[in-house]
Design a protein around this ligand. Structure first.
Ligand code: ADP
Length: 231
């Protein structure tokens, strides 16, 4: 069997059929619920970047369109998980390595046909053995280059929209091996997601910030209070 047949086979299965212990969307609290449960222990709110203008009329609906998920992105049953890949798209360390290990060898076979990916761009493949349906591979910048990081989030969300994918999970792109400062990266992520959801709230069920390190949990808990304000 070639990767095309294997891809079709896995796309016909549900996440739970592929991976019985996966995390389904119903079990991942929305930001509104998460913040109310954790109210007493949330860190102090931090303001948005100064160039972000928030349409406050959308606050209520958008607080239920995003989530913080603390853990491994390969466990998520969503329409798409985003991979912080490198330009070759042929696998690597960190989240990229975890995704390739979990998806299996046919992911690499499909990736080989894509001709790599430029920094800030995004390409889509199947998820194979992972519980998600698709993987959106994006290449973050090495070091703090906000324009490129913004492009990663924008192009990933654009691909999700083009493919009618309603739930998507992002890792903290570039903040690992590529050394983007965590807090600066989180502001870019939250700002782009806020603006895209303001434009297309009806097209998404959930955008998940998948956090793997305590430092990112603290940062997202503090800044999401201003990017996705709650009553
Ligand atoms: P980059 O090369 O873009 O910096 P890395 O994979 O090194 O990518 O790191 C990006 C982020 O992904 C880091 O916060 C890292 O802790 C996190 N990470 C690593 N493994 C996983 C995983 N299995 N699920 C979710 N996030 C992960």
């Amino acid at each position: 069997m070639g990767w095309q047949d294997v891809k079709e086979k896995f796309l016909s299965l549900s996440g739970e059929q592929k991976s019985p212990n996966c995390e389904t969307l119903e079990n991942i609290p929305t930001w509104k619920t998460y913040a109310s449960i954790k109210k007493a222990t949330l860190p102090a709110k931090k303001q948005t970047l100064s160039d972000i203008v928030i349409d406050n009329s959308k606050n209520e609906i958008l607080a239920e369109k995003i989530s913080i998920y603390i853990g491994d992105i390969t466990h998520l049953e969503v329409d798409a998980i985003v991979n912080a890949a490198n330009k070759s798209l042929l696998g690597g360390g960190g989240v990229d390595g975890a995704i390739h290990r979990g998806a299996g060898k046919y992911l690499l076979a499909e990736c080989k046909t894509l001709g790599g990916c430029e920094t800030g761009e995004a390409k889509i493949t199947g998820s194979y053995q992972l519980p998600s349906k698709y993987i959106i591979h994006t290449v973050g910048p090495v070091g703090e280059k906000p324009g490129y990081l913004r492009n990663c989030y924008e192009n990933s969300l654009k691909l999700a929209l083009e493919n009618n994918l309603r739930s998507i999970a992002f890792p903290c792109i570039s903040t690992g091996i590529y050394h983007y400062p965590n807090e600066a990266a989180a502001h870019i992520a939250a700002g782009v997601v806020r603006k895209k959801l303001e434009e297309h709230a009806d097209k998404f069920d959930r955008v998940i910030f998948c956090l793997f390190l305590d430092i990112d949990t603290n940062i997202y808990e503090s800044i999401l209070q201003s990017y996705f304000p709650l009553k």
